[in-house]
Design a protein around this ligand. Structure first.
Ligand code: ZN
Ligand code: ZN
Length: 376
């Protein structure tokens, strides 16, 4: 059986293997997801400095005990946030050319690095991200459990939505439910977008009250042990959706089905995106699908690979990736529909990580018109 330390030694070996290609003899990691994936440290501050034979973790007083417990593959450097400690940290590693995370280092951090002598900094667009995209068994089971919590809460939407309930009240009910089901937090703020607000892909829930005839988009995910889940369902509040709603809903559903019917390892991220986009575009809604088809999910909510027409042309999908497939159509002034499932790419195709049924109609029951019960 592999011990936790073996997992992190394996991950360290995997990044060290890339040193020659990056032309570095050291790697500095400060971004939370890469730091946690490489070391195990779940704290909010700390820098990893990895060389061919050393793995150092510098963090401040708040995390000294936690680092010793969570990051056994690393040697703890007790950093007191002084320039002297900074110099000593890099001197201890002894690397001459150190890769830094170009997407994450701020100008203030860069200024501190520039004070360090005898080190050349080499900006790297990606470091551990491509390695993180392939999940191991423990990661998959954690994401699966986070998705199961999301499924259970999402399945309640049809039962708790009433005309007169505000977007914010519904978002709070769902957040409470996910916490009660064991989520350590939300993957991101719950999105509830109703009526015309459903035309805004990342609408922030407000005081608008749900009403008959509304399109409603609910996008949410639970977080568990640092791992995220992500799922969207679209609803129609009323017994009989009008024809425009059905035609948009069915088109989005058809676009998602086209992806799930064909997705397999080895396909490019652009080709996967095109499976859905082509269907939406031929129905004259191409301009209403302004975001990418999906993204990787793990310690970060939107991670490599991004499925989009603008993806790197060499980006391909592989078995072990946890991906969202989330086509959407957003029509200003009218509303929108998005359907998002989380899947695991397998050798032969995919497995669903999301299981919540798609039941878009929320019938209005007699006596539903008063909202006081749900007012916060
Ligand atoms: Zn989502
Ligand atoms: Zn998503």
């Amino acid at each position: 059986m592999t011990s936790p330390t073996d997992v992190y030694q394996k991950r360290l070996a995997a990044v060290r293997q890339r040193f020659a290609e990056w032309e570095v003899d050291g790697l500095l990691i400060g971004s939370p997801s890469n730091r946690r994936w490489l070391s195990g440290l779940a704290g909010s501050a700390g820098q990893l400095l990895i060389t061919h034979d050393k793995a150092l973790l510098a963090t401040d007083f708040r995390y000294w005990q936690q680092a010793a417990a969570q990051a056994p593959a690393f040697t703890l450097f007790k950093h007191r946030r002084t320039d002297e400690d900074n110099a000593a940290f890099f001197a201890e590693a002894g690397a001459a050319i150190v890769g830094v995370e170009a997407e994450h280092v701020t100008l203030a951090e860069r200024a501190k690095l520039d004070k360090v002598e005898n080190v050349t900094w080499s900006p790297l667009k990606e470091t551990a991200e491509p390695l993180r995209s392939i999940k191991d068994t423990v990661e998959i089971e954690t994401i699966r459990a986070a998705a199961a919590i999301t499924d259970q809460a999402m399945a309640q939407v049809n039962h708790i939505v009433r005309p007169g309930m505000s977007e914010r009240a519904l978002a709070w009910e769902l957040e409470k439910m996910m916490r009660q089901l064991g989520a350590e937090g939300m993957a991101f703020d719950v999105i509830v977008a109703s009526g015309p607000n459903a035309a805004l892909p990342h609408h922030h829930p407000g005081e608008r009250q749900l009403q008959a005839g509304d399109a409603i988009i609910v996008d949410m995910g639970a977080r568990l042990d640092g791992y995220h889940s992500d799922m969207t369902r679209s609803f129609y509040l009323g017994d009989e959706p009008d024809e425009p709603y059905w035609s948009v809903y069915n088109l989005v559903q058809a676009a998602q089905t086209a992806v799930l019917d064909h997705i397999k390892p080895g396909m490019s991220a652009r080709a996967v995106d095109a499976l859905a986009r082509d269907i939406i575009t031929v129905s004259d809604h191409g301009d209403h699908f302004g975001h990418g088809l999906g993204h990787g999910v793990g310690l970060f909510i939107h991670e490599t690979p991004i499925l989009s027409p603008r993806a790197d042309e060499n980006e391909t999908i592989a078995a072990g990736m946890a991906l969202t497939i989330e086509p959407g159509i957003y029509i200003p002034g009218w509303g929108g529909v998005r359907i998002e499932d989380l899947i695991l790419v397998t050798e032969n195709g995919f497995d669903y990580l999301s299981h919540c049924p798609k039941t878009p109609i929320i019938p209005i029951k007699r006596g539903d018109s008063h909202s006081s019960h749900f007012a916060l």
